[in-house]
Design a protein around this ligand. Structure first.
Ligand code: PMM
Length: 394
């Protein structure tokens, strides 16, 4: 007899083990998916539901940990087991009647896992997500968090965009307002004067697609008119209620980032008992709000907002628990580039954090992120090539 451990963090190892032992590709894949470990946190449940879950767990071979007082009202349960053991709970015909309330949400989580979004619809194009999309940063602000003032002219910004594209950027993100903690707000006309000539110039050079990093409807409209295909809103449509309609009318893509408060107040709002589920819940509400404003689901990307209303420890937890955000079912973008929490781990100053950024992006890819907003496109591309070769063997 021989006993060997098999990797379980993706279905790949189980699939390969079965394939090597003569299984056909499709049954091997389905069996591997079914065997995947699945853990769900269920909150706001009644005493009867808790009891029914414990009983169901004993019968079906899933682990159930529960408690009476959660972070919100009602009790909670952590349910863990293989996907195929837990999946029946999402079916009305298979789950105990007392647990029927669970089915819709659990069904959504299982569907997001089984069928993650394969592409992102932006204005005039569809970006495939089977490979990472690197979003190259073009900050035309005198005071940005990490590279402010490095692009002194429109020409320099356009040249920089050309370079980022040559290095492998799939989207160029042009921003005219710094959102670092305590940054002074920029009036819309000034932001337009900074951003629009760069967007127009990049289009003229045949570069793009382009996103505009703005919280303001007026700036978004001007950038879309100049040819941008995406609006990247760090406020998740909270700053300007008119922004959703502008995106919807233009059939643009949108990146909805999580933050609390404003850049001036966010540092005091980094209060979470359990950061990933709380960010996921707030992002889900943001995405619903965007859909109510008329933006099609296929045009939405969500971003957990690293460094925005989060402490260093919370940023690390969130990066590790990115699967909770990915499970919302929207493509996930991450903005890790040169952020302060990377310096906390490496001891490196802001101008020397591109290696840490590249590694963090590789970790985020493995956890399900698909879009990576970075300053150093070339280095991140290398890290992601390695991560992709490891997690997606051909
Ligand atoms: N971070 C910054 C600006 N815009 N957009 C998204 N979607 N995600 C981010 O994390 C993000 C962003 C701040 O960083 P910078 O000043 O270095 O651009």
């Amino acid at each position: 007899m021989k006993v060997t451990a098999v990797a379980a963090h993706t279905p790949e190892a189980v699939r390969a083990a079965l394939a090597a032992r003569g299984w056909e590709a499709q049954p091997a894949w389905f069996a591997a998916i079914g065997i995947q470990p699945f853990v769900v946190l269920i909150e706001g449940i009644t005493e009867d539901e808790r009891e029914a879950l414990v009983h169901w767990g004993t019968k079906s071979g899933a682990d159930v940990l529960t408690g009476g007082s959660g972070l919100g009202p009602g009790g909670w349960a952590l349910v863990a087991g293989s996907t195929s053991r837990i999946a029946p709970l999402a079916r009305y015909d298979r789950a105990p009647a007392e647990l029927a309330r669970l089915a819709p949400d659990l069904g959504r989580l299982l569907a997001a896992r089984a069928e993650p979004p394969r592409s992102w619809l932006i204005r005039g194009a569809e970006l495939p997500l089977d490979k990472p999309v690197i979003v190259g940063i073009i900050n035309v602000t005198p005071d940005s968090f990490s590279d402010g003032g490095h692009l002194p002219s429109v020409e320099a910004a356009i040249e920089h965009g050309a370079q980022l594209t040559a290095h492998g950027a799939g989207l160029l993100d042009v921003g005219g307002e710094s959102t670092r903690p305590g940054a002074t707000p920029v009036p819309a006309d000034e932001e337009i004067a900074r951003v629009v000539p760069v967007v127009a110039g990049l289009i003229k050079r045949g570069l793009g697609p382009m996103s505009v990093d703005t919280r303001k409807a007026e700036v978004a409209r001007a950038a879309l008119d100049a040819g941008a295909a995406v609006v990247n809103d760090v406020s998740g449509l909270q700053h300007d209620p008119g922004l959703g309609a502008v995106v919807a009318r233009a059939d643009a893509g949108v990146i909805l980032m999580h933050m609390r408060g404003t850049p001036a107040t966010m540092d005091d709002l980094a209060t979470y008992a359990h950061v990933a589920p709380e960010v996921a819940e707030e992002l889900a509400a943001t995405a619903e709000n965007a859909e109510r404003a008329g933006i099609a689901r296929e045009r939405i990307v969500v971003d957990p907002g690293f460094g925005f209303a989060k402490t260093a420890a919370q940023n690390f937890r969130l990066l590790d628990e990115l699967a909770t955000i990915v499970a919302l079912g929207y493509p996930v973008a991450v903005g890790l580039s040169r952020k302060r929490f990377l310096g906390t781990a490496t001891g490196r100053p802001v101008e020397d954090r591109d290696r840490a950024t590249a590694v963090a992006c590789a970790l985020a890819w493995e956890r399900g992120a698909r879009l990576f907003r970075v300053h150093d496109v070339a280095m991140t591309r290398e890290a992601l090539a390695l991560a992709g070769a490891t997690t997606n063997p051909t």
